[in-house]
Design a protein around this ligand. Structure first.
Ligand SMILES: C[S@@+](CC[C@H](N)C(=O)[O-])C[C@H]1O[C@@H](n2cnc3c(N)ncnc32)[C@H](O)[C@@H]1O
Length: 214
């Protein structure tokens, strides 16, 4: 079992790692990986060990997938999986979702996924929830017209909070279910993750469109 430091070292050395000088300028993400301007770009915020991002990249090779997380040791796993599968359409960015609006040009991201984000259940932790307004305005800015935010969680409180915050911020929730059954919603909402907050239970899922730009 590798320690955290060794995992971080592997992340910094991996060609799949995006950090510091390797982070493209806003508007330059597709070009950096040789994708045409019209190619879809999927961003997973809080991708952890990257299994979902790698799976999404495998499902659609014409799509560029960027996994973002602030823990480099976790990203090392995603880099290893991508290397094993020889993928050329996925990369793992070590950064913080708080700087998304500075890192991407307006409308640069086609689809944004929050896949089992940390629920941060305590009131004093509210600002860390990835559906807090301080993140939502940034998602709205970087998402393309018609681009969707997808949230999947097994934390009912986070799901309810997300619905409330999205509606207050003027997003249109186009689909939501507090108990997503097999066959419902898009196939990617059924990724067989090993990650569950408490224990496997009902899946909460929603899709939302950002408010029109001012
Ligand atoms: C519960 S894990 C989920 C990982 C992955 N999406 C999955 O489904 O297996 C949540 C991840 O979000 C990351 N995270 C939380 N807040 C973040 C932020 N502001 N910016 C970037 N990553 C963040 C954490 O480091 C953690 O790895």
């Amino acid at each position: 079992m590798l320690g955290k430091l060794e995992k971080k070292r592997r992340y910094w050395e991996s060609p799949y790692g995006v950090w510091g000088p390797r982070v493209p300028r806003p508007g330059g993400w597709r070009a950096q990986w040789g994708f045409p301007p019209e190619a879809p770009l999927l961003l997973e915020v809080g991708c952890g060990t990257g299994e979902f991002a790698v799976w999404m990249a495998e499902r659609c090779p014409t799509q560029l997938v960027i996994g973002l997380d602030r823990k480099a040791d976790r990203l090392a796993t995603g880099c290893r999986l991508a290397a094993e599968k020889k993928l050329s359409n996925v990369a793992f960015w070590h950064g913080d979702a708080l700087v998304l609006a500075e890192a991407f040009a307006p409308g640069e991201v086609s689809t944004l996924w929050l896949h089992h984000p940390d629920p941060y259940p305590k009131r004093r932790q509210e600002k860390h929830r990835l559906v807090h307004p301080r993140f939502l305005w940034q998602y709205a800015r970087i998402l393309a017209r018609g681009g969707r935010l997808h949230l999947r969680t097994d934390a009912p409180d986070l799901y309810a909070y997300a619905l409330e915050q999205l509606r207050q911020a003027g997003w249109t929730v186009v689909y939501h279910s507090p108990d997503l059954r097999p066959g419902e919603g898009p196939p990617e909402a059924h990724f067989p993750t090993r990650f569950f907050y408490r224990r496997p239970g009902p899946l909460h899922y929603l899709e939302a469109l950002p408010p029109a730009p001012l």
